[in-house]
Design a protein around this ligand. Structure first.
Ligand SMILES: O=C(CO)[C@H](O)[C@H](O)COP(=O)(O)O
Length: 262
């Protein structure tokens, strides 16, 4: 018998399952990266297999591409698709304006390109990622390896003039080596604590030579779906109005998805 999903995985699954209801036949989809997005890709694979749903997916990482292919979801490149109907992706933090911190899984560059090329972005997350202000989660910034320590100093200088809670930056590692992104770059994590003005910070970071992209997604997300461990989901739309509540049946989740999160 399959082991039961942990409460956090149930919450991620609930959000992922609900998001896949928005997928329609013939859509070109952006497929996000991370453990919540992996649940979404599995739920999508289920619909492709059981309903014969025809979709094409543009993965935001090599990991997601591999998973999608394993599940029989047709994979195309963004250059082939050019424009997408919908991207579904996870996030590390979501603020009340639906601005995001992303990049905990080091895929922020492709994730931002894909989400920006989409008619609609739906973010899926467990409810703990719903925050009043961004910044407790370290902000990932993708940088070119050449001269990265100079880039780090320049980032520190930019932060001095801004409304943030802290200024420490660390190079992300994989074992004893710097972590390499799918584009072969490095990630600097900015431990800010609090980001007073996310839009200003995002713009200023991207002006620094050596910075490729930052993990602040400003006005890119249209809808967020927060999952809870009892199967409840809360939908919030950028268009405003009250949040909608719903419920996802977790009964099959334990059987099909136990142990399959990233
Ligand atoms: O931005 C991301 C990867 O770059 C992920 O979407 C984000 O880190 C959330 O991951 P998880 O669903 O595993 O919590």
């Amino acid at each position: 018998m399959a082991a039961e999903l942990s409460p956090i995985d149930k919450a991620k699954f609930a959000a992922a399952k609900r998001a896949v209801d928005f997928v329609e036949d013939g859509m070109k989809l952006g497929l996000g990266t991370g453990s919540t997005a992996a649940f979404m890709v599995r739920c999508l694979g289920e619909r492709v297999r059981s309903e014969g749903l025809r979709v094409q997916g543009v993965p935001t990482s090599n990991r997601t591409a591999e998973l999608a292919r394993q599940l029989g979801i047709p994979v195309i490149t963004l250059d082939e698709a050019k424009w997408l109907d919908l991207t579904i992706d996870g996030a590390d933090e979501v603020d009340p304006q639906l601005n995001l911190i992303k990049g905990g899984g080091a895929a922020l560059l492709q994730e931002k390109i894909v989400a920006t090329a989409s008619e609609r972005m739906i973010v899926i997350a467990d409810a703990a990622k719903d925050v009043p202000q961004l910044g407790a989660f370290p902000l990932p910034v993708e940088v070119i390896p050449f001269g990265w320590q100079t880039t780090q100093l320049l980032i520190g200088q930019v932060l001095e003039g801004l409304d943030v809670g802290g200024r420490e930056t660390t190079l992300r590692r994989a074992g004893d080596q710097p972590l390499r992104t799918d584009e072969n770059n490095y990630i600097l994590d900015l431990h800010l604590g609090r980001i007073g003005n996310p839009r200003q910070l995002a713009l200023m970071l991207n002006q620094i030579p050596g910075v490729v992209e930052n993990g602040l997604f400003i006005e890119i997300c249209d809808t967020v779906i927060f999952g809870h461990d009892d199967g409840r989901v809360t939908l919030r739309d950028i268009a405003g109005g009250a949040s909608q509540e719903g419920r996802v049946d977790l009964a099959r989740a334990d059987t099909i998805f136990a142990g399959l999160g990233e």
